[in-house]
Design a protein around this ligand. Sequence first.
Ligand SMILES: [Zn+2]
Length: 376
Amino acid sequence: MALINYLTTIKFGFGEIAGIEADLASYGIKKPLIVADKGVVAIGLIAGVQKGSATLAAAPVFDATPTNPTEAAVLEALALYKQNDCDGLVAIGGGSPIDLAKGVALLATHDGPLETYAAILGGIPKVSASVAPVIAVPTTSGTGSEVGRAALITLNDGRKLGFISPYLIPKLAICDPELTLGLPGWLTAATGMDAVTHCIETYLSPRENPPAEAIALDGLKRAVAHIERATKDGSDREARKEMMMAALQGGLTFQKGLGAVHALSHPLGGLKEVSLHHGTLNAVLLPAVLRFNEPESKAKYAEIRKALGLATDADLAVWIADLTARLGMPKNLTEMKVPRGVVAAISEAAVKDHSTASNPRAATAADYAAMLEASF
Ligand SMILES: [Zn+2]
């Protein structure tokens, strides 16, 4: 049995953002809340988008999205939403503002606490179609959250949990590569490696979904062919466009489930003592996870090597580590300043993470600890 669906509407291409006033009207949003972060506001992206839309120019802006979205920030944005009598959200930024907007859209129409709707706590069927409409405008190429069903939010007690429902998919994703031209090199590399990881993990997931696998392989090819170009020269329009498509494709395949890299990077991203970038974490963890999964994924590893034009005996883990080194990314968790003392707690949390279920090889806490140790 397979459950396959591609439900959302995507506008893709340079200049697509110019149509957002009409898009708001088509989705019946008259009083949107803009969700962003301080970074996109500082580089003038929000002001630029507001210039082309009278509705957005008059809209309140929540710009306090943290690097990893928190329940506290969701509640703060929700208060602003209610105070202004809003009827929808426009999330502009990377995965964090988009995930945060999904949390607000959920609690705008569903009674709290947020925890009630967490996937691992049985919350999926509690999310109804009444979720407020979200238009997602990604300004990075990596997260895929613009077309994804999930929001990752850290609760007040420190647990980083997944909120998953088809109703959390933004009603419209406006993917305009123009908005990524100013993205700094390190963030281009880090978010791009998130897209690479999405494509690899969903491809390897054992759930049956051949269309998703085809998209994942195509996204992986596009990403690895353009990530270095986009990182080195941010004004390379073709590379920017291809990276945005690869990120979108990674997001379209999410429904097949991610794997051990994300099972580890989710709790690591929830650490309070150090703020860790999701894509950078994935890039650093990917080689150890690829080594762990290889015995259960030999045929698929051969397909990945073929898709990437590598030798039939190429070591994928080494190849990924070499790619991230060329991108100038951190080589290990030590360079990222992850405290070694967290290994046991993160390994336990990874076993409980929703992505563990779709890793191709069953992983215990001891397996996760070994993957983490190999990544220091
Ligand atoms: Zn990710």
